[in-house]
Each structure stands twice: as structure tokens, then as C-alpha cells.
Write a protein that binds this ligand. Structure first.
Ligand SMILES: [Cu+2]
Length: 182
């Protein structure tokens, strides 16, 4: 037992637990186990848009949905660029005046805008067009009626390229763009 305690002093508390669990832990085995266990213990925190660091710089983005028909409807920009480690604040405004021009914005994994938009139609208005399968979705807004606005605040995703898209039925092809995190 003394030997195990010595090993724990050298290699830390985690090693101590493992040593105690082992049948005949000696110092050599403990060393090997320790390095394996360390890798296993390393935290892999998945991205959570709601995990906002209050000290992170805020990047404000103004995004408008414009146009009064399905022929001309569009987002005001084709690309949004933000920096990783920031808090993203999108000021999303539906500038349309035609009652049929409802819009939302989803941030999705690159290349999935069409698939998510299709799933949105299945989800329908009762689910706010949010599909059950959210594996490709990072963030969603509400559906905005003409003249309405929403401020979307979320932690910047890991660096990479994503897409933003309006998933209101029939809109994704004209209303999508790149969301780049640098
Ligand atoms: Cu739209």
C-alpha cells in the first residue's frame, strides 16, 4: 500500500483511484495507465451556442430580409464573417411589407442548408419550422412577420464555414449565405 500511495503522490489523484482498482498495481504499470487515463479524461466540450462568455467581445451584425415577393426576396448580405471566441449578435430585421413575406434565419453546418430547409417544411409552423433532427443546426430564430425584428445572441461557433438560411417554405434557394467564423 505504501508503494501505491507513493505512486499517487507522483502521478496525481486520478492515478491513485486507478491504482486502488487494480489487482496488483506496481509503479511501472501505474505510469502506463496514467498516460492513457489522462487522454480519456481530457474534456471534449461540444459547441453550445448558449454558453456565452460574459467577457467575450461582442460582434454585431445587421442582417435584413428584403423584397416583397418570392422573386426578389433576399438577405441583405451573402456572407457574414465573425471571429471565434466572440459573442455574435445578429440584428435581424424583416424589411418586407407584403404579409406573405415571413422569414427566419437558421445557422447550419456547411452544405446542409437544403436538407435542413426540407426538414423544416416537414416540421411546419407548429414547431416553428424547427426539425426534430437538429444535428446540422447551430442556431435558429423565430419566424418574423413583415416589419418585425429579432436580436439573435449566441457564442461564435468554432472556426470554420457554415451557412445561414431562411427555412420558410420555398425560400432557402434565394435566401442563404455563408457564415464564416475566422
Ligand atoms: Cu425567407
Amino acid at each position: 500500500m505504501k508503494k501505491i500511495l507513493l505512486a499517487s503522490a507522483l502521478f496525481g489523484g486520478l492515478t491513485f483511484l486507478i491504482s486502488c482498482g487494480g489487482e496488483s498495481a506496481n509503479e511501472k504499470e501505474t505510469t502506463t495507465t496514467e498516460s492513457d487515463a489522462y487522454v480519456a479524461e481530457e474534456p471534449t466540450t461540444p459547441y453550445d451556442p448558449a454558453r456565452i462568455d460574459p467577457n467575450a467581445p461582442v460582434m454585431e451584425v445587421n442582417l435584413e430580409a428584403v423584397g416583397n415577393s418570392m422573386d426578389v426576396m433576399a438577405f441583405s448580405t451573402a456572407e457574414i464573417r465573425v471571429k471565434s471566441g466572440t459573442t455574435v449578435k445578429i440584428n435581424f430585421v424583416n424589411k418586407a411589407t407584403d404579409a406573405a413575406m415571413k422569414h427566419n434565419i437558421f445557422i447550419v453546418k456547411n452544405g446542409t442548408a437544403e436538407a435542413v430547409a426540407t426538414a423544416s417544411i416537414t416540421a411546419g409552423p407548429d414547431k416553428n419550422f424547427i426539425p426534430d433532427d437538429k444535428s446540422n443546426i447551430l442556431f435558429t430564430s423565430n419566424v418574423l412577420d413583415p416589419g418585425k425584428s429579432e436580436v439573435l445572441t449566441f457564442a461564435a461557433p468554432p472556426a470554420g464555414t457554415y451557412q445561414f438560411v431562411c427555412t420558410y417554405p420555398g425560400h432557402w434557394q434565394k435566401m442563404n449565405g455563408k457564415f464564416v467564423v475566422e
